[in-house]
Design a protein around this ligand. Structure first.
Ligand code: ADP
Ligand code: MG
Ligand code: MG
Length: 874
């Protein structure tokens, strides 16, 4: 029979897929002889079966779980529910990729009325026993029964108020006994049944709940944001408990081997004495910095420092660890490669190479390409910042500069973001329900919680600026206000957050561009050495071009010419051209546009300093250029000396039912060859001017859009050639140029072998190709997508991540056929996919020469290309 359960001592760190990250690392630490409370892991395959079997745990798996429980009981000499020697366990979820805070943990499982009293006697610590029991009731209710943890908080407040104390560690054994009774009563009242006393039932229910939580909306959102497939499943770890809440020689904490905000090589963390599990991250009390543990328990501190550095050496990466001290004895509860800010990620990667702990190739893999984004965005302008006075200060939980309007709930933040506002999400403290709101915000501010609080961890992961634990502020969600002393900030008012200092300012503070040298420069240099895929940018203006070159673009893969037509001073000439009745009239109108386009291209060539530039001929549907409202039509008609009726007719004639499938792309050039000729003249004569004036030897690349038949390309290419050849001959220079096409209709992909006879390059326009392959309208897919995600028909937006099974197959087909016809053909991709990680990897794997993406995605694509090369050398 298939093995679904492993003791920690049977596994190892390589078994992530099966045991999940947490389980694999617990096994690895066990193997390294570190103090780990023992337990077993139920595999991710058991989770997959749970879903295959209609959300049930089949008896064969349950039997194995019971067998391993038995082994754990023998190993520890304790047993679940046995009052003489009770075993208590935690039930912890752990997927392959860490999903912090997404899945819930249950501690102290095995507690019931009898066990609680037994533990009280055995430990001679009734307060501890009852505290553990009431926590268990709370967690079990929350995770298994969906009776929220927060619904119990009122009872704690009630007891504290009655006693006149502030913190829960001031409650004594009798208070705890009272709480246990209140909690059980609340459970019964809310759920209509008694709190379950049978520990085995508690265990199976909890395991089922972990499996179930894999499919909760939060987990699904997180997975989609992080490219984690639903099919992976989560493992469940059942681990014997150790207790940090046994008194003043016990405690619990979390620590990083290096500073996760800056990357500084120094043990970094927090702990709380006399506390359990989640107290540190939940921000119940303000924790102490790890360095003070040295004074409180020097030997434990020494041992912990030793274990941390061994773990870091062993994994060759910065570790994020959880530990508990029970009556002066240290236990390790978790280790994983630590989440870190982008800045820290670069510093750690570079330092690890310098320290000889990893190779450049390994270092490249340690930075998530998406994270680089945080480094590319502005910071506050120094002078503006110095001139401003903070209204309050919190913890610098995730760096960056954020400026936006204040919103108090995740929903409001999402809403405001949707209508284009910049948002700062302000919460008492965040919880996993807030994840969408955090993703929509420029920055996050919380009133409570430490550096390892939920808000801090998630914000760092997202690269979003976060200031946590602003103790002085009072957040009222009900009134939608923040109160700081006499100052009241209301919903919709601006504040600015500095995630690097923790300072919070009223109003808006000016921001400035990012710094691209230092660690960033060195690290990206390594990425460039390793990658084989080139990275170009999509850019329509000299400003885009300059920005992208700063970010390391090696050329322009897509320069769209339509925006040049839309500019206010040009649109008249464009409209004139469209309504012209004769070719002569049309040429006259185009002659007005020509010098403007030539000037644009010259500026772009100059900004790119001789790097290749691909310019696409006019693409959008013609009617987009015409006015639609009656008033506008009248005005234009008057301007052009036409009657209103005449112009109305023209506009009417140009109307199409499916403009995206209408008169656009090369079809325009075929209907009106003068447009393509004028554009060719602008492209070539600009290159000649720059060649002569600046000595930049440019090879312009002219791209014909939306081709689906080689005859279309032949037609347009002939017009291009006649203009280009004449101009070059007249200029008397040896300038080359290329004519290529976009592959963006399924027919073009299927007949790419033929098309390559004429095309000197292909650029895959995967936006249109996806649109036409699926038959999804990219502008209207929103509603459909939501439903498709729910039903898992799609796990990602095919316009954001290339659909490798369908669209990708067409690309691969066209690549192979194109190369066969013309081995020297240049192959690239332009469109949203050029900056998406898995899509870049796909492009590397099918052997494209370059990807092209928007300027801010260029560094991300460079790193993604390097990672693809490490994974799949070619
Ligand atoms: P998460 O993945 O959200 O961090 P964990 O499974 O790591 O969840 O557990 C949450 C908290 O409970 C952590 O602080 C962890 O250290 C603590 N914890 C988990 N298992 C045990 C155990 N066996 N003994 C003591 N504390 C535990
Ligand atoms: Mg944990
Ligand atoms: Mg297109």
């Amino acid at each position: 029979m298939k093995k679904y359960v492993y003791m920690f001592s049977e596994g190892n760190g390589q078994m992530r897929e099966l045991l999940g990250g947490k389980g694999a690392n617990l096994a690895e630490m066990t193997g390294l002889g570190m103090p780990v409370p023992q337990g077993f892991t139920i595999t991710t395959e058991a989770c997959t079966r749970y879903y295959e079997d209609g959300k049930t745990i089949y008896p064969d798996i349950e039997e194995q779980i019971m067998e391993f429980l038995d082994r754990l009981e023998k190993m520890t000499g304790k047993a679940l529910g046995n009052p003489d020697s009770p075993l208590l366990v935690s039930v912890r979820s752990g997927a392959r990729a860490s999903m912090p805070g997404m899945m819930d943990t249950i501690l102290n499982l095995g507690m019931n009325d009898g066990v609680c009293e037994a533990v009280a006697k055995l430990t001679n610590n009734p307060r501890f026993a009852r505290d553990s029991y009431r926590r268990f009731i709370q967690m079990f209710s929350d995770v298994v029964m969906e009776l929220p943890k927060s619904s119990f908080e009122q009872f704690i407040d009630e007891v504290k108020d009655k006693k006149g104390v502030k913190h829960d560690n001031e409650l004594d054994a009798d208070d705890m006994a009272q709480l246990v009774e209140m909690f059980k009563a609340h459970y019964k009242k809310s759920l209509g049944e008694d709190f379950p006393q049978d520990p085995k039932k508690q265990l199976m229910e909890s395991i089922r709940a972990v499996f179930r939580s894999w499919d909760n909306p939060r987990a699904n959102t997180y997975r989609r944001m992080n490219d984690i497939p639903h099919s992976w499943g989560t493992a469940v770890n059942v681990q014997s408990m150790v207790f940090g809440n046994m008194g003043e020689t016990s405690g619990t904490g979390v620590a990083f081997t290096r500073n996760p905000a800056t990357g500084e090589k120094k043990l970094y963390g927090e702990f709380l004495m006399n506390a359990q599990g989640e107290d540190v991250v939940a921000g119940i009390r303000t924790p102490q910095p790890i360095s003070t543990l040295q004074d409180i328990m020097p030997e434990v501190y020494e041992q912990f420092v030793d274990i941390s550095s061994r773990l870091e050496q062993h994994y060759g990466d910065m570790q994020d660890m959880e530990f508990t001290i029970e009556n002066g004895k240290l236990y390790m509860l978790q280790t994983r490669n630590g989440k870190r800010t982008a800045q820290a990620a670069l510093k750690v990667a570079v330092d690890l190479v310098d320290e000889g702990l990893c190779t450049r190739e390994q270092a490249i893999m340690k930075v998530e390409p998406k994270q680089l984004d945080a480094l590319l965005h502005p910071t506050f302008v120094r002078a503006a910042l110095d001139a401003a006075t903070p209204v309050t200060t919190g913890l610098p939980a995730s760096p960056g500069a954020a400026c936006g309007k204040v919103y108090f709930t995740a929903q409001d933040a999402v809403q405001a973001h949707k209508v284009g506002e910049k948002v700062v999400l302000v919460r008492q403290e965040t919880s996993p329900e807030d994840i969408d709101g955090m993703a929509s915000a420029e920055g996050v501010m919380t009133a409570r919680g430490g550096m390892t609080s939920h808000a801090a961890v998630v914000a760092r992961g997202m690269g979003t600026c976060c200031v946590a634990g602003c103790n002085e502020i009072r957040v009222s969600e009900a009134d939608k206000t923040i109160t700081i002393g006499d100052t009241v900030i209301r919903e919709g008012e601006y504040i600015s957050l500095d995630g690097s200092t923790g300072n919070v300012y009223l109003g808006q503070i000016a921001t400035q561009e990012a710094e691209l040298t230092g660690d960033f420069g060195r690290f990206m240099g390594w990425a460039d050495e390793i990658r084989t895929l080139h990275v170009r940018t999509n850019g329509d203006t000299p400003r885009d071009a300059t920005q992208a070159r700063k970010f390391g673009a090696e050329g322009i893969g897509l320069c769209r010419t339509e925006h040049m037509f839309f500019e206010t001073d040009r649109i008249k000439a464009v409209r004139e051209m469209i309504v012209s009745e004769t070719t002569e009239q049309r040429k006259k109108a185009l002659a007005k546009i020509l010098p403007m386009q030539r000037g644009d291209f010259e500026a772009i060539y100059r900004a790119m300093g001789g790097l290749p530039v691909t310019i696409r001929l006019l693409d959008p549907p013609l009617h987009e250029f015409l006015p639609q409202e009656e008033a506008d039509i009248r005005e234009l008609a008057a301007d052009m000396g036409l009657t209103y009726e005449k112009l109305e007719d023209v506009v009417h004639d140009l109307h199409e039912f499916n403009p995206m499938l209408g008169t656009r792309g090369c079809r325009l050039a075929i209907l009106y060859p003068e447009i393509a000729e004028m554009q060719t003249e602008a492209i070539i004569s600009a290159a000649i001017n720059v060649w002569k004036q600046d000595g930049l030897k440019i090879t312009p690349e002219i791209m014909v859009p939306l081709v689906s038949d080689i005859k279309e390309l032949r037609f347009v290419k002939k017009r291009i050639k006649s203009v280009a050849d004449r101009l070059i001959e007249e200029a008397g220079i040896n300038m080359k140029y290329m004519v290529g096409t976009m592959i963006e209709t399924p027919r073009a992909a299927v007949t790419a072998g033929e098309i390559a006879e004429e095309a000197e390059f292909f650029s895959f326009g995967t936006n249109d190709l996806t649109q036409m392959t699926y038959g999804f309208s990219r502008d209207d897919i929103g509603k459909i997508l939501e439903r498709y995600f729910e039903e898992k028909i799609l796990e990602s937006d095919p316009f954001a991540r290339l659909d490798q099974d369908g669209v990708g197959k067409l690309v691969k087909m066209a690549v192979d056929a194109g190369r066969e016809t013309r081995p020297s053909i240049k192959l690239g991709i332009c469109g949203e996919h050029g900056g998406d990680l898995s899509s870049v990897e796909f492009c590397h794997n099918v052997g494209l020469n370059y990807v092209s993406c928007s300027p801010f995605r260029v560094p991300i694509a460079r790193l993604a290309a390097a990672q693809a090369a490490v994974k799949n050398p070619r």
